[in-house]
Write a protein that binds this ligand. Structure first.
Ligand code: XIL
Length: 444
């Protein structure tokens, strides 16, 4: 591991270019500029990001300039970057010595201040997530095409649990009634096994990934049920001893009514399709851990109650081992108390708790177009809160926290919500975001 190298910032005083027209301007060593009755004291702070030493955060701390237009140049005579409210982030592409200039367009001319900074561009390698605890595993949603190169490096460093983001879902594997395609699933499982990682199977049954051919199934209901039993049995048996846990059913509870969601499985196998599917999985591998997985478990009290009621029915028959709360959440919701309610309900039932698909939206109101420092910090704080809640559970209920994707530019969130999002733990250059630090802080 390369230790984080302290960055040396040289602060020169200073280059002040003042276009003086009719007023007398005075400049002292602190670069204060008195502009007659418009008193402007120009100053700024530059911080080099610890997570990515090519990135700087620039904050205009000038006094008396509100209402005036200002802009940054992060290289000498470089592109003018508007100085909007709050700190600006700028990403250099290479190490070097750079002149950063802030220009305020004063009433009688431009007021400038510059500072030289040294960018080392060294990669900061943070402590590994998986090394921060031995009480639960730390998971990542993966794709078979994202297991090599930098993805591999990050996976090997930070994670010891894998979930297939989509390649172990029914529409991907169950190609036709007599053909289950294991190619991509095998690649993920084999990678995990070879690297001593746990594998969480996701998901045997989900109303959202019914293969097209199955939607037109023309056999009897009994034949449909046999087909589902065969599918569950074949898949679970194939990965017996390799996959540690399965989401048997994903998202069975309907949002509005909080009752059992209408699906082809409910239609053809009856309301007890849930119990049947769990029984098929138990029979196929009595040692694999069986989970029920859903979203809005924290956000909605009524949905949580409905989920716990479904889980209670399974638990009474010893058909379930754990609950997966997806935790696709935002920086400001759900509340700590609501997340604790999920955990407490799981503990009181003696089940394992999986925070199974963690991502944290920083732009739920679609009011930013680039990731701001402020939102990154809010995300870091929310991650910390989530992990602290998780870690406070009795060890017996701990299982894993899984993050739903690696880099922000790979996340399902922008597509799903239709606006820019930065919900994950890594930037597109694979450097760790503040969210990563928040996870570690919670376990210190
Ligand atoms: C999403 C994946 O991230 C996408 O790549 C895929 O296209 C659709 O599914 N709840 C779940 C996950 O249980 O399986 C979903 O994953 C996100 C919502």
């Amino acid at each position: 591991m390369i230790p984080y190298k302290k960055i040396i910032m040289k602060k020169y005083c200073v280059y002040l270019s003042l276009i003086i027209t009719t007023f007398f301007l005075s400049c002292d060593k602190n670069d204060d500029v008195d502009l007659d009755d418009n008193q402007i004291s120009i100053s700024f702070e530059i911080e080099i990001s610890k997570e990515n030493t090519l990135r700087v955060i620039a904050n205009n701390t000038s006094v008396g300039s509100s209402g005036l237009t200002s802009y940054w140049q992060f290289t000498e005579n470089g592109e003018q970057v508007p100085d909007i409210a709050g700190p600006e982030m700028y990403l250099y592409t290479a190490s070097g010595e750079y002149l950063v200039t802030l220009t305020i367009e004063g009433p009688t001319g431009d007021i400038k201040k510059s500072q030289t900074i040294i960018i080392t561009g060294e990669d900061y390698v943070p402590p590994a997530l998986k090394d921060a605890t031995d009480k639960f595993s730390v998971g990542m949603a993966v794709r078979s095409g994202r297991l090599s190169g930098k993805h591999n490096e990050v996976l090997m460093r930070d994670f010891n649990n894998l979930t297939a983001e989509y390649e172990m879902k029914m529409d991907q594997m169950f190609k036709s009634q007599d053909n289950i395609d294991f190619t991509a699933a095998d690649a993920i499982v084999n990678y995990g096994v070879a690297n001593n990682m746990d594998i969480h199977g996701h998901t045997l049954i989900w109303h959202n990934t019914v293969p097209d051919w199955m939607k037109n199934f023309s056999g009897t209901n009994a034949e449909f049920e046999t087909m589902i039993e065969n599918y569950i049995t074949t898949v679970v048996k194939r990965y017996s001893g390799k996959v540690r846990s399965w989401d048997v059913i994903n998202e069975a509870i309907d949002d509005g009514s909080n009752s059992l969601r209408n699906s082809i499985f409910k239609l053809k196998m009856g309301d007890d399709y849930v119990e049947k599917c769990y029984q098929f999985a138990r029979n196929a591998d009595p040692n694999v851990l069986l989970f029920y997985n859903d979203y809005n478990v924290a956000a909605s009290d009524s949905k949580r109650a409905a989920i716990f009621s479904l889980v209670d029915g399974l638990k009474a028959k010893n058909l379930i081992d754990g609950l997966g709360a997806q935790l696709h959440i935002s920086i400001d919701s759900p509340s700590k108390a609501n997340i604790e309610a999920v955990v407490n309900g799981t503990i009181s039932r003696g089940l394992l708790m999986h925070f199974s698909e963690l991502d944290i939206r920083v732009n739920p109101n679609n009011d930013i177009t680039t990731l701001t420092e402020e939102r990154e910090i809010a995300q870091q704080n929310k991650v910390k809160e989530v992990v602290e809640i998780y870690d406070a559970m009795p060890d017996a209920n701990k299982f894993a926290i899984t993050i739903w994707g690696m880099r922000d530019n790979e996340s399902w969130l922008p597509d799903f919500w239709g606006n820019p999002e930065w919900g994950l733990f890594y930037n597109s250059d694979f450097t760790a975001k503040k969210a990563h630090a928040g996870f570690l802080e919670a376990l210190q």
